[in-house]
Design a protein around this ligand. Structure first.
Ligand SMILES: [Zn+2]
Length: 86
């Protein structure tokens, strides 16, 4: 991938809550959880913003079985933590 492509794709990973780049914080939540955090559904939210909107911390049960939740090596510490938190 060339640099321009990377930058372009990063644009879609900006947290709509705080503007943070969520490139390393990509995950899939179950639809009902996601809609509660982000009723507009479109866009990305970082873990901190999702938790602020839900008023609680995420646990591994909130994440789907999607490959991105299982196989991705690109993870921030907070995402790693929540993916294994019961
Ligand atoms: Zn955020």
């Amino acid at each position: 991938m060339d640099k321009r492509k990377i930058q372009k794709s990063h644009k879609n990973f900006i947290c709509i809550g705080c503007g943070k780049d969520t490139w390393n914080e990509y995950y899939m939540l179950y639809g009902r959880i996601w809609r509660r955090a982000n009723p507009r559904e479109k866009g990305m939210l970082c873990i901190s913003c999702v938790e602020e909107k839900l008023g609680r911390k995420l646990t591994k049960k909130d994440f789907t079985k999607a490959p991105v939740n299982i196989a991705s090596a690109l993870r921030t510490a907070i995402l790693k933590n929540r993916l294994s938190r019961s």
